[in-house]
Design a protein around this ligand. Structure first.
Ligand SMILES: NC(=O)c1ccc[n+]([C@@H]2O[C@H](COP(=O)([O-])OP(=O)(O)OC[C@H]3O[C@@H](n4cnc5c(N)ncnc54)[C@H](O)[C@@H]3O)[C@@H](O)[C@H]2O)c1
Length: 404
C-alpha cells in the first residue's frame, strides 16, 4: 500500500495503553505522518512510560483526553466492555475514532457507536483485524481478478497459545467480551467476509471450554454460508498443545512460549500460582517483556500461521494460501510464490494508513461502523448457534467495499 501523499501530521490520542497498544506503537512510530500527542489510562506506570518515551501528555480518563483540543483522533484500546462507551465519548467530543476488535460486546452497543459517529460527523474505523494486511488484500485482488475462476470455498484454521497468555479479570468473563470467540473471531470473520464479498447468509457454530484453569471459551468452529452460496469454515483452538506454526517448514520453535513453558503455565493456572497481573503488565510499555514480544526482529519476518491461522481460498482453477514471504498460487501452471512488500505477515500499517487517508484526505473507509457491526453479528451468531444448536440467519450484513 502506498504511503499517504501529504506530510500533514495526524494528531492521535490513545486510550488504553495496554498489550494491544504495545503492538501498535512500534508501527505508529515508523509512520512520520502520525504524531502521538496524548494518552489516557488508569495505570500510572504505563502513563509515566508513555510520557517519557513520547513527550506526550497523559490523562487518567478518556474525558480528559477528549477535552484536549490537540487530539484529532482517538485510538480506543481499552478492554472490550469499554469500546462502545469510550468511542461514543470521543465521538461526542468531535474526535475521529479507531476502535480495537471486537467493535463492541453487543449489536445494540455497535448501533449506538454508529449513531454517535453520524451525529457528530466523525470517522469511525473498526480497527485491528488481519483483513487490513497486504496478505489478505492481495489474496482478494487475485480472487477478484478472475484468473483462477470464481471463488468456491474459504477455510481458515488456527491453533495457538492464546489461552495461555496473561489475562486480566475482565478478559476472563465472557459477558465482558472475554474468550477466543470474541477476541479472535473478528480476525477470521473479517478476513472471510472481505474475501467472500461481505454478505454472510447464515452461521452454524459451536464453542468449547475444556481447560479448568480458564473460565472462558478457548475454542470455536463454524460453518458460514455467503448469500451467493459460497461456503466457509473457521476454527480457532487457543489451548496451546499443538501450534499450527509447526505445520510450515520455517515454523520451528517460533512461538511465544516453548512446549515446556506452556505446560508450566497450564499447571500454574490450575494451582493458582501464576501472578497474571504482573505477567500482563510485563508486556505493556516499559515492561520487561515488551521488547521481546513486540519489538524483536526487523519488519519482513517470515509469515507464520499465528492468530489468523492457515487460510486457503479455493477457486475453480486453483488455491491461494500464504507462503513464507507472500502468497502461493497453486494452479494448472504449477505453484507461483508471489512476494509481498514487507513479507507476508500481518501488519498494522494498513489500518494506520486507512485512518490517515480517511481523516486527512477524506478517502472512504473500508472498515466502517456497519462493516464492524456485521462482523460482530457473525461472532455473536457463532455463540448463539452453539447455545441453540441450530443455524442462525443473519440480517445486518453489508457488502465488502469495492475498493481494494
Ligand atoms: N492489537 C492487538 O494485537 C491486540 C492485542 C491485544 C489486545 N488487543 C485489544 O486491545 C484491547 C485491550 O486488550 P489488552 O490485551 O491490550 O489489555 P490490557 O489490559 O493490556 O490493556 C487495556 C488497558 O486499558 C486500561 N484501562 C482499563 N480501564 C480503563 C479506563 N476506564 N480508562 C482508561 N484506560 C483503562 C488498562 O489499564 C490497560 O492499560 C482489547 O479490545 C483487545 O481486543 C489488541
Amino acid at each position: 500500500m502506498d504511503s499517504p501523499s501529504t506530510t500533514r501530521k495526524l494528531k492521535l490520542g490513545i486510550v488504553g495503553i495496554g498489550v494491544g497498544a504495545s503492538e501498535i506503537l512500534p508501527q505508529m512510530e515508523q509512520i512520520p505522518e502520525f504524531q502521538l500527542v496524548a494518552a489516557a489510562d488508569v495505570n500510572p506506570r504505563v502513563l509515566q512510560t508513555f510520557r517519557q518515551r513520547y513527550g506526550a501528555k497523559t490523562y487518567d480518563s478518556i474525558e480528559k483526553l477528549c477535552n484536549d483540543p490537540a487530539v484529532e483522533a482517538v485510538w480506543v484500546s481499552t478492554p472490550n466492555k469499554f469500546h462502545a462507551a469510550h468511542s461514543i465519548i470521543a465521538a461526542n467530543h468531535g474526535k475521529h475514532v479507531v476502535v480495537e476488535k471486537p467493535m463492541a460486546v453487543t449489536l445494540a452497543e455497535a448501533e449506538q457507536m454508529i449513531e454517535a459517529s453520524i451525529k457528530n460527523k466523525i470517522k469511525l474505523l473498526c480497527g485491528h483485524t488481519q483483513s487490513f494486511g497486504s496478505h489478505i488484500r492481495t489474496m482478494r485482488r487475485i480472487i477478484r481478478s478472475g484468473e483462477l475462476g470464481r471463488l468456491c470455498a474459504l477455510h481458515v484454521w488456527a491453533y495457538t497459545d492464546w489461552m495461555l497468555r496473561p489475562r486480566t479479570a475482565e478478559e476472563l468473563d465472557i459477558t465482558q467480551g472475554g474468550g477466543v470467540p470474541y477476541r479472535q473471531g473478528p480476525h477470521q470473520i473479517d478476513t472471510l467476509r472481505l474475501l467472500g464479498g461481505g454478505m454472510v447468509r447464515s452461521v452454524r457454530g459451536t464453542i468449547g471450554q475444556w481447560f479448568k484453569g480458564r473460565p472462558i471459551p478457548g475454542y470455536y468452529s463454524a460453518f458460514i454460508e455467503f448469500e451467493d452460496g459460497t461456503p466457509a469454515t473457521l476454527m480457532h483452538n487457543g489451548y496451546g498443545y499443538f501450534l499450527a506454526s509447526e505445520l510450515v517448514p520455517w515454523g520451528g520453535q517460533n512461538s511465544r512460549y516453548s512446549e515446556i513453558e506452556r505446560a508450566a503455565i497450564r499447571k500454574s493456572l490450575l494451582d493458582g500460582s501464576r501472578d497474571e497481573n504482573a505477567d500482563k503488565d510485563d508486556m505493556r510499555i516499559g515492561g520487561s517483556k515488551e521488547r521481546e514480544v513486540f519489538r524483536r526482529g526487523a519488519p519482513g519476518k517470515p509469515w507464520l500461521p499465528n492468530d489468523l491461522g492457515i487460510l486457503v481460498a479455493t477457486c475453480e482453477r486453483g488455491d491461494i494460501r500464504q507462503s513464507q514471504y507472500g502468497l502461493y498460487v497453486h494452479s494448472d501452471e504449477g505453484t507461483k510464490d508471489i512476494p509481498l512488500v514487507g513479507g507476508g505477515g500481518p501488519s498494522r500499517r494498513g489500518e494506520l494508513i486507512e485512518l490517515y487517508e480517511a481523516v486527512v484526505l477524506d478517502k472512504p473507509i473500508r472498515h466502517t461502523g456497519p462493516w464492524g457491526l456485521a462482523t460482530l453479528e457473525v461472532c455473536l451468531a457463532i455463540m448463539q448457534s452453539a447455545k441453540e444448536r441450530k443455524e442462525v440467519m443473519l440480517s445486518h450484513q453489508v457488502p465488502a467495499p469495492e475498493a481494494d
